[in-house]
Design a protein around this ligand. Structure first.
Ligand code: HEM
Length: 280
């Protein structure tokens, strides 16, 4: 006797169960695509957490890039409330990004070795979305486009991000339009080059921080400081996780590993926002 499913009877107040095609949730979230993108390269059961954590971080990078682009565009239009709202959202997202280190923060060398060789030359260094974050922060470098020559769309997006003014460039241009003495040499700088700290910009932040705490520029300064601290934390959490998982071995991407990451992690994001504090 064949087993017939019981006829569907809706419970009162229960959600709708009956859809013609795929569910509206699926149509929006594309969960079936997202949850079928996990293809571990080894048989080690721990690799899934490594792969998914990396994918989760890529998604957070994507949202954060979106927020900082929104903030940069708003600053171009001197729309401070929209810029501050986007920066605020990005700090909550950065906190979630940083919390995603948890599954990888305690790897032993033996646990990491169980799938490390399967990664080949793959390295987060080759993450184009992370590079776009760094470019938006002002950490520009044309050589970082080289690994992406084989992927035209990614390369074009990165090239655009390299040549566009960074979020910090837009901040300084906005401050100049508000009457602050940002030098012409900073305003006219080649946006494709790494931002170098400038004593006159430091004096502007000093002036802003010596004034009322609720002024627009002061609130902008604090929102950027929050972003800078959380980016610094991501770099340092990455550094410690790497030190725990592989000591001083060379990286899969070919760098010196921890020694190279230490230099990267030591860099200050929005440098004058930190140095100006000594003079307030
Ligand atoms: C415990 C696991 C991890 C280890 C041992 C590790 C190790 C390394 C090492 C040694 C480097 C230097 C480049 C190289 O030679 O490969 C690097 C760079 C990098 N890694 Fe990881 N990594 C880990 C997890 C992750 C995760 C989950 C992400 C998320 C996407 C990530 C993103 C990056 C990025 C963006 C860089 C470049 C940093 C920069 O340009 O300053 N890493 N990693």
């Amino acid at each position: 006797m064949s087993h017939q499913p019981a006829p569907y009877e809706a419970e009162p107040d229960a959600p709708n169960l009956d859809f013609q095609g795929t569910t509206p949730y699926e149509d929006y979230v594309q969960a079936s695509v997202l949850t079928h993108l996990q293809h571990p390269l080894s048989d080690d059961p721990g690799e899934m957490a490594f792969l998914v954590t990396t994918q989760v971080m890529e998604l957070w990078f994507t949202v954060i890039v979106h927020e900082w682009q929104t903030a940069a565009q708003a600053l171009r239009e001197d729309d401070l409330p929209t810029a501050l709202a986007a920066l605020k959202r990005s700090t909550y997202e950065l906190e979630s990004l940083n919390a995603s280190w948890k599954p990888l923060a305690h790897l032993t060398p033996a646990q990491f070795n169980a799938y490390r060789s399967a990664l080949g030359e793959g390295s987060g260094f080759q993450s184009a979305m992370y590079r776009r974050m760094e470019f938006l922060l002002g950490e520009k470098s044309a050589s970082m486009l080289v690994p992406h020559r084989g992927a035209p769309r990614v390369h074009a997006e990165l090239e655009k991000a390299l040549t566009e003014p960074s979020l910090y460039d837009e901040v300084l241009r906005h401050l100049a339009r508000q009457g602050f003495a940002i030098p012409e040499s900073v305003l006219d700088r080649d946006p494709a080059r790494r931002y170098e700290p400038d004593p006159a910009v430091e004096r502007v932040w000093q002036e802003i921080y010596s004034g009322p705490e609720d002024s627009g520029p002061a609130r902008l300064g604090e929102a950027l400081t929050e972003v800078a601290e959380l980016v610094w934390r991501w770099r340092n959490d990455h550094l410690v996780a790497t030190r725990r998982a592989m000591g001083a071995k060379t990286g899969t991407g070919g760098s010196a590993g921890v020694a190279w990451l230490e230099k990267r992690a030591a860099k200050n994001v929005f440098p004058e926002l930190w140095t100006a504090r000594s003079h307030v």
